[in-house]
Design a protein around this ligand. Structure first.
Ligand code: NOJ
Ligand code: NOJ
Length: 579
């Protein structure tokens, strides 16, 4: 707020009018977006009759298009926004929905579906029916961003729980869900799948970027919870993923190519969305992780925005350096190929995040790569580092702020008077089209408004990362399906009292070598059956036991040890009873 007033005073009446119009739009639209978002969550949502508690529908629209399903991507992004708001103390009542979301995801993970079972690739399934049964129709599957995005949302909540004296819940309930997702990411990040728009089957920048983030923060989260056995596997796969991430950058054209396949220009909102959903406020303008203020992300943003200037009628007559309506990618033809509310807001959000970092670090760096981006605002700007005390810093940050606001103003212009947000607004007339009340559209208003106020999510470990000089692309050893391992799911029926948990340990490293302290906690998602999936060495005879822990007391399963033999590869299940 202080920044708005300051720039308004310095830069006169026109600026003030524009800024206050955006401020007042967001003041009205923000609460509408929040109500619209919550209406689409089962349990209490007014537009979610028949939807399981905690489950997010993409939209209440049941035809043209039918979006009355739950997508793991949309749900995770929506709940990340809800959790960040809760963590900032904005609305304590959100905890009800958050806890229902957590419970719902533990169940959803176990639903066998056309992509597989929980231990054979099922976590890559993009969408489910609202009663959590599998959607069995044809679809672009798998989509491998979902497990990473869900892990990121849940880790944000888990870190809050740890900081607020509820490590027990984080360990017994959040961790088992996160571990399944991260094991999937660690094993599958180098496999192709469908992109976030569910069309191109290849590798995709957004997917790789969010996978990197999830593995990185997952290793730190595991460490905090004492789950040390996974840390080196997650960390080494994070480094491999970061290495691969660099390959999407196109140095001659100055932008990130969204997909390795697809035969398109590769100019895509994919890249701006990746920057803002992997924003780490402590990482500065690091280009290796494509932070919002990095030269690569800014250059890419300009190329992406410019690709819509001449193709949408709603953008005609707009000056080459002013904000325009933007869509998923210029070649898009879905519903005729239109601008989307969430992609236009993503441009603004990336820029607000960039401003937050420049102000915090007290300087702004213009490189040869970001020069075209900055020259939009002043054609005489040169490469250099401009401290916050300089006139150029003030000029550029003010211009970027106004530019960002202008994208919000585009959304404002095409938002109907009641404030409802569909998925798209038409390229010819700017009228809402495709799915009405898109939950992700509403979330994008809330995250852009928060970013405009300088609010951020937590850091996730992007600071100071080093990209290896040569990349390794083999998923090694930390997830299901890795070579030389068998993904064994342990199920044990055990009745417990509240606060009591079931753990597993055994005769090999992957089972923590008979350590009761480091034994691995099982998930009670299917109570009284407790479960965990662990990658065990192939072709091995292995002994194991379950442990109960309650109030500091440890009770072992009665003798003798349980025993299993793994095959050459694949997955296996053992079903045991407590005794
Ligand atoms: C439905 C998907 O949700 C959308 O992203 C895609 O553009 C269309 N199918 C066309 O493939
Ligand atoms: C189509 C979009 O392309 C995709 O990203 C989204 O997950 C679904 N619609 C549901 O909103």
């Amino acid at each position: 707020m202080r920044f708005i007033l300051l720039t308004a005073l310095c830069f006169g009446a026109t600026t003030w009018a524009q800024l206050s119009a955006v401020t007042s739009f967001l003041a009205t639209e923000g609460p509408i977006a929040k109500v619209g978002l919550l209406a689409n969550i089962g349990g209490s949502g007014s537009k979610s009759a028949g939807v399981k508690a905690g489950i997010v529908i993409a939209s209440p629209s049941k035809s043209s298009p039918d979006y009355f399903y739950t997508w793991t991507r949309d749900s995770s992004l929506v709940f990340k926004a809800v959790i960040d708001s809760f963590v900032r103390g904005e609305d304590a009542s959100l905890r009800t929905q958050i806890d229902q979301y957590v419970a719902s995801q533990a169940v959803q993970q176990q639903v066998s579906n056309p992509s597989g079972t929980v231990s054979s690739g099922g976590l890559g399934e993009p969408k489910f029916n609202v009663d959590l049964s599998a959607f069995t129709g044809g679809w672009g599957r798998p989509q491998r961003d979902g497990p990473a995005l869900r892990a990121t949302a849940l880790i944000a909540y888990g870190n809050w729980l740890i900081a607020n004296s509820n490590t027990t819940f984080a360990l017994s309930t959040i961790w088992p869900i996160v571990k399944l997702d991260l094991d999937y990411v660690a094993s599958n990040w180098n496999q192709t799948g469908f992109d976030l728009w569910e069309e191109v089957n290849s590798s995709s920048f957004f997917t790789t970027a969010v996978q990197h983030r999830a593995l990185r923060e997952g290793a730190a989260f595991a460490t905090k919870l004492g789950q040390t056995s996974v840390v080196s596997g997650y960390t080494s796969q994070a480094t491999n993923t970061l290495c691969f991430l660099q390959s999407y950058w196109n140095p001659t054209a100055g932008y990130v190519t969204a997909n390795t396949g697809g035969g398109r220009s590769g100019k895509d909102a994919n890249t701006a969305l990746a920057s803002l959903h992997t924003f780490d406020p402590s990482a500065g303008c690091d280009a290796a992780t494509f932070q919002p203020c990095s030269d690569k992300a800014l250059s890419s943003l300009k190329v992406y925005v410019d690709s819509f200037r001449s193709i949408y009628t709603v953008n005609s007559g707009i000056a080459a350096t002013d904000a325009v309506a933007t869509g998923r990618y210029p070649e898009d033809s879905y519903y005729g190929g239109n601008p989307w509310y969430l992609t236009t807001l993503a441009v603004a959000e990336q820029l607000y995040d960039a401003l937050t970092v420049w102000k915090a670090q007290g300087s702004l760096n213009v490189t040869a790569v970001s020069l075209p981006f900055f020259q939009q605002f002043n054609s005489t700007i040169a490469v250099g580092t401009y401290p916050s005390t300089s006139a150029i810093f003030t000029t550029l940050t003010t211009a970027v702020y106004n530019f960002a606001d202008s994208f919000v103003a585009v959304v404002q212009k095409y938002t109907p008077s009641g404030g409802a947000l569909a998925e798209q607004y038409t390229r010819a007339a700017g009228v809402p089209t495709s799915a009405a009340d898109l939950t992700w559209s509403y979330a994008s208003v809330l995250t852009a408004a928060a970013a405009r106020n300088g609010l951020t999510g937590d850091s996730w470990g992007a600071k100071g990362l080093v990209v290896p000089s040569s990349c390794s692309t083999s998923g090694s050893g930390s997830g299901s399906g890795s070579s030389g391992t068998v993904a064994v799911t342990f199920n044990v029926v055990a009745t417990t009292v509240y606060g009591e948990n079931i753990y597993l340990t055994g005769s090999v490293d992957a089972l923590q070598n008979w350590s009761p302290t480091n034994a691995m906690i099982l998930s009670p998602a299917n109570y009284p059956t407790w479960s965990i999936t662990v990658n065990l060495p192939a072709n091995s005879a292995i002994q194991y036991k379950y442990i109960r822990k309650y109030n500091g007391a440890t009770t072992w399963l009665a003798d003798p040890n349980n025993q299993l033999s793994t095959g050459a590869s694949g997955a296996a299940t053992v079903n045991d009873q407590w005794r």
